[in-house]
Structures are given as C-alpha cells and as structure tokens.
Design a protein around this ligand. Structure first.
Ligand SMILES: NC(=O)c1ccc[n+]([C@@H]2O[C@H](COP(=O)([O-])OP(=O)(O)OC[C@H]3O[C@@H](n4cnc5c(N)ncnc54)[C@H](OP(=O)(O)O)[C@@H]3O)[C@@H](O)[C@H]2O)c1
Length: 287
C-alpha cells in the first residue's frame, strides 16, 4: 500500500471510515471485526472514528470501542495503525446529530475517548464540527491544550472553512494543524477550495463520504457516467476510480471510505495503486 503523511506520521494512502459499523444499518460485531481485520490485511494503517458514531443514547464511543477490540484481536501487528477519533458532535439517540464545541465539553469528550480506545494518549484527535455558539478559537484552543498536555498526539479539524482552517493554524501554532476532514465526493465538490488550501500549507486533507455516503456509494457508477466508463477501461470499480481521482488531486489527500463489509474496503484499498492518465483525470473533473 502506498503511503502518505499526517503531520510526522506515515499512514496508508487509503484509510478506513468506521461510521457504517456503528450507526443506522450497522452489522453485527463479528462482521465489523472481520471488516477491520480485512482492512489491516490490505495494508490500511489509518482508521477514522468518532465518539458520536453510535446509534442509541448511552452508547457514546461504540465505534471507538469496536476498533479497540478489533486491533486487540488482530493476529498480525497492528502497532503502526493510527486511529483518528473526533469530539464535538453528539447523538442524543433520536437519530439527530447535535454539536457542543465548548472547551470543557471537548476536554471531557477527549478523556472519554482515551478510555474507549484504551490508550494513554490519543494518536489523532479532530474537532468534529464547528459549534455556532462557541467562538472557533475557543474550541480549537481546547485541542491546543490537549496537545500541550500530551493527551493527544496530533490535532485536526473537520467541516471547516478556509477561514476556520487559518484560525486553527494560528491557535495550534504553525505546523501543528495536522489535518482537515471535509465532505468531498463526485457529487459534492464544494470543498475543493479547502483541499487546495490544505495542500498549499502541507496539511493532510481527508475527504469524508468520498463515495457519496452510506446507502448511495453502491450507485456511484450509475450516477456519474465518466467514473463508470474510466472504471470499465481499467477493469476496476467506479469506487476505486473515485478514490484514485482524489489521491491524484494533491499529495496531502487521504480518503477514508467507510465500510461494513470486508469486500468494500479490500476493493477501496486497491485504489492506492491505480494510476489514471491526465486525460482521464480531466474527464472526471469535468463530469
Ligand atoms: N467528519 C464528518 O463530519 C464525517 C461525516 C461523515 C463521515 N465521516 C467519516 O468518513 C467516512 C466515510 O464516509 P461514509 O462512510 O459516510 O461514506 P462513504 O465512504 O462515501 O460510503 C460508505 C459506503 O460505501 C460502501 N463502499 C465502500 N467501499 C466500496 C467499494 N469499493 N465498492 C462499493 N461500495 C463501497 C460501503 O458499503 P458496505 O457498508 O456495504 O461495506 C459503505 O457503506 C465515515 O465512515 C466516517 O469515518 C466523517
């Protein structure tokens, strides 16, 4: 598997998104563990999660605990796997998503994630979503403190505008904003400006829902003809073409396709080795 970097840490060019294994439609634990182990077998060394990836009230950290169990039960060496979690988003249990970006809440959430992941320091912690009631500086300031205390080793932000990226760069200090995680897919391209901004500053950019999201990813080829046609020419899936197209956008891009089945992540991981021509990339950009 080709690699990329998040701050000083080397990770696989394709990560695994953990959300489908813990929210609506989630599989049983046995299938989830097989999916995570298949990702590791395929060379994936980045797993994205969040405390809010759960379904019912009272099971915050469901996905973090699942990943911790999968890493502990992996028969191979999982010591180089970077788990990227997040705080600042909540699920009350009625299907909705709410936010809390107050520094006190983020500190408590990070402490809970430490326990859920079973680690002394969180490898990679991301502020999940801006809270309109809390100045962005204050939310990111909580991450700066957690970094300084050694409770988290890398800090990132998610669902951020260019202005918020620059605030985070300033608050965390130059070089300390490791990543930006925004929605980006063939159907949703409005984060291309943030992708370019991250690339200019050497900040990793993690496209979320890169295949269009849970329940829509399977129809990607039917919705985007050029992706289907390029896939046909290479004898691969349109999902693989999508991920390879993103990787070609900039060396900082690290897509995190979700999966709840081993087959999905095995196929997605192969995108790291798929080379597309300049002509194909231009066609996909225009589709
Ligand atoms: N920061 C944020 O606010 C935010 C928001 C949403 C998501 N995320 C993160 O981003 C990750 C990815 O987003 P997502 O899971 O919402 O959507 P996604 O990656 O666009 O799509 C996930 C779905 O794609 C299917 N899939 C994966 N690889 C495939 C392949 N090669 N061929 C066919 N189908 C394939 C999977 O199906 P199966 O389930 O059948 O395996 C899965 O359900 C999440 O898991 C989460 O970690 C972050």
């Amino acid at each position: 598997m080709r690699t990329r970097t998040i701050g000083p840490v080397t990770v696989s060019a394709i990560g695994l998104g953990g959300m489908p294994m813990s929210i609506e439609g989630r599989p049983d634990e046995e299938r989830s563990i097989r999916t995570i182990h298949a990702a590791l077998d395929a060379g994936v060394t980045l797993i994205d999660t969040a405390d809010a990836y759960h379904l019912h009230a009272g099971e915050t950290g469901h996905n973090e605990r699942l990943i911790a169990r999968a890493l502990a039960s992996y028969p191979g060496d999982a010591s180089d796997v970077l788990v990227a979690t997040k705080g600042g988003h909540l699920r009350p249990g009625d299907g909705s998503w709410t936010v809390n970006g107050s520094p006190a809440y983020l500190r408590a959430a990070a402490e809970a994630s430490l326990k859920a992941l079973g680690v002394d320091a969180i490898g990679f912690y991301q502020f999940h979503r801006p809270d309109p009631k809390v100045p962005y500086e204050e939310s990111v300031g909580a991450l700066a403190e957690l970094l300084a205390e050694g409770k988290i080793r890398l800090a990132g932000i998610s669902n951020a505008s260019i202005g918020q990226i620059d605030i985070a760069r300033r608050v965390l200090g130059e070089g300390n904003l490791a990543s930006v995680q925004n929605q980006f897919s063939p159907a949703f391209r409005s984060s291309e400006a943030e992708l370019r901004h991250a690339a200019e500053h050497g900040i990793a950019f993690l496209p979320w829902s890169p295949l269009g999201g849970i329940g829509r990813a399977g129809r990607l080829g039917a919705r985007h003809a050029a992706f289907q046609e390029v896939a046909g020419a290479h004898g691969v899936s349109p999902q693989q073409v999508t991920l390879a197209w993103m990787l070609a956008k900039a060396p900082v891009v690290i897509p995190i396709p979700g999966a709840s089945r081993p087959e999905s992540i095995i196929d997605s991981a192969r995108a790291a080795d798929l080379e597309l021509t300049e002509g194909e990339l231009a066609r996909l950009d225009a589709n």
